[in-house]
Design a protein around this ligand. Structure first.
Ligand SMILES: Cc1ncc(COP(=O)(O)O)c(C=O)c1O
Length: 383
C-alpha cells in the first residue's frame, strides 16, 4: 500500500529528538525552531514526559468515557490553575480541528443560530465546520459549505459591529494570534470590543488558542494580554507536546447535558498522562515566563538584523516578513545550517516556533546563522 500523497516532504528522516534538537538517520543534528508546527512545547522526549507516559502505559493506556477517569480531573485542575481559567469546564478531544468543531457546535446549541464570523487568513483546522470558517477555498469540499460564514479583516471592529448588529450571528471565532496567516496579532482593544459586542448581540466568542496557547505567546493564552473572558477557548498542539490531545474550555454559563458532546478516544488515560506531564513541566521549569523573557530578547535581536522587512510576534511565536519568497531560504537554513523553520500562508513570511525551553545560546546561534544566510541572498537552491 502507498501513502495518500498530500504532504510535500523534505527529504529528511528524523529518528530521535532531544530537547530542542532532532537527529536524522545519518546522525545529522538539527536545531528545531519550528517545533513540528508549534507542537513541541516542553522539548522533544523530555524525561518527565517520557516517564509519565511510559508508566501510564504500563498500568492502563485506555478505557472509554463510560467510567470515571481521575486523570481527566487532575488534568483539568492543573490546567485551570496554570492558565488562571479555573472557572471553565473542560471537554477533552484529540486535535485542534476537533476542538474547534465542538466549540462551533456548542455555540450553535447555545443560541440556536448558525451564521459565523471569522477572519481573513485565519485557520481553524480541517474538519467540516472548521474549514467552513476559513477563506481558503482549497480546503473546503462542497459538503463542508453547510452554514454561512462572514469573513472580516483583523483589527477592524466597524464591519464586525455592523454584522453583529443584525442579531443573526451565532459566534465569532478568532485566533489568539493568527499563526498560519503569518503571525498577525489582534489588538487588545479589538478583542475587548469584540467581547462586549458579542455579549450585546448574543453571539458566542470563541478564542482559538490552538497555536498561540500553552505559553507560546509569553502568557498562558495570548488573549490574556487583553481583559477578556471568552465564552469558549480551544486548545491542542502544545498541550500534548506531540501526543494527540485537544480540549475545549467552556464557560460555566453553558449547561452540560449527557450526550451533548462525545468522543471515543478523547481524554483517554495515556493522553491525560501526556497532558499532565506537559503542565507539570511548564510549571516546574517556569517555561511561560521563560517564553516571555527570551521572546523579548529574541524579538529585539531580530529587529537589529538588516534584510528583514518586519518582525512580529509575542513570546516564542514570531513571524519574519521578508521582501522575497522564503521557500529557498528556508531550504538553505534546513539543509546547509541544519535549522528547522516554518512557513505561513504568506510566501514571504517565516514562522519561528521553537520549543519553549529553547536557550539564549540557541537563539544567539540562530541569529548568527540567519544573518549569515541573509548575506548570501539570492540563495542557490540546495536540492
Ligand atoms: C490556530 C489553529 N487552529 C486549529 C488548528 C488545527 O489543529 P489540528 O491540526 O490539530 O487539527 C491549527 C493547526 O495548525 C491552528 O494553527
Amino acid at each position: 500500500m502507498n501513502l495518500f500523497d498530500v504532504y510535500p516532504l523534505f527529504d529528511i528522516h528524523p529518528i530521535k529528538g532531544e530537547g530542542c534538537y532532532i537527529f536524522d538517520e545519518q546522525g545529522n543534528k538539527y536545531l528545531d525552531f519550528y517545533g513540528g508546527h508549534a507542537v513541541i512545547s516542553v522539548g522533544h522526549s523530555h524525561p518527565h514526559f517520557v516517564k509519565k507516559i511510559t508508566t501510564q502505559l504500563q498500568s492502563l493506556g485506555f478505557y472509554s468515557n463510560s467510567v470515571k477517569n481521575d486523570l481527566q480531573v487532575e488534568l483539568a485542575k492543573k490546567l485551570g490553575e496554570l492558565s488562571n481559567c479555573e472557572a471553565y469546564n473542560l471537554f477533552l478531544c484529540n486535535s485542534g480541528a476537533e476542538a474547534n468543531e465542538n466549540a462551533l457546535k456548542l455555540a450553535s446549541f447555545q443560541n440556536g443560530k448558525t451564521k459565523i464570523i471569522a477572519f481573513r487568513k485565519g485557520f481553524h483546522g480541517r474538519t467540516s465546520a472548521a474549514v467552513n470558517v476559513t477563506d481558503n477555498a482549497k480546503i473546503q469540499a462542497p459538503i463542508n459549505k453547510t452554514f454561512k460564514t462572514e469573513l472580516h479583516d483583523f483589527n477592524k471592529i466597524e464591519t464586525v459591529e455592523a454584522s453583529l448588529k443584525t442579531g443573526d450571528i451565532c459566534a465569532v471565532i478568532i485566533e489568539g494570534i493568527q499563526g498560519i496567516g503569518g503571525v498577525e496579532i489582534p489588538k487588545p482593544e479589538f478583542l475587548e470590543a469584540l467581547e462586549s459586542l458579542c455579549k450585546k448581540y448574543n453571539a458566542i466568542l470563541i478564542l482559538d488558542e490552538i497555536q498561540s496557547g500553552y505559553g507560546r505567546s509569553g502568557d498562558f493564552f495570548a488573549f490574556q494580554k487583553s481583559k477578556i473572558t471568552p465564552d469558549i477557548i480551544t486548545i491542542a498542539k502544545g498541550m500534548g507536546n506531540g501526543f494527540p490531545i485537544g480540549g475545549v474550555l467552556i464557560h460555566p454559563k453553558f449547561e452540560a447535558k449527557y450526550g451533548l458532546l462525545g468522543t471515543t478516544f478523547g481524554g483517554n488515560h495515556l493522553a491525560c498522562a501526556a497532558g499532565i506531564a506537559v503542565l507539570e513541566i511548564l510549571k516546574k521549569e517556569n517555561l511561560i515566563a521563560h517564553s516571555k523573557e527570551l521572546g523579548n530578547y529574541f524579538l529585539q535581536k531580530l529587529k537589529t538584523i538588516e534584510g528583514i522587512l518586519e518582525v512580529r510576534g509575542s513570546g516564542l511565536m514570531i513571524g519574519l516578513e521578508f521582501d522575497f519568497p522564503i521557500k529557498e531560504f528556508r531550504k538553505h537554513l534546513l539543509f546547509e545550517e541544519k535549522i528547522f523553520t516554518g512557513s505561513s500562508s504568506n510566501p514571504n513570511v517565516m514562522r519561528i516556533l521553537p520549543p519553549l525551553n529553547i536557550t539564549k545560546k540557541q537563539v544567539d546561534f540562530f541569529i548568527e546563522k540567519l544573518e549569515t544566510a541573509l548575506q548570501l541572498i539570492p540563495i542557490p537552491s540546495p536540492i
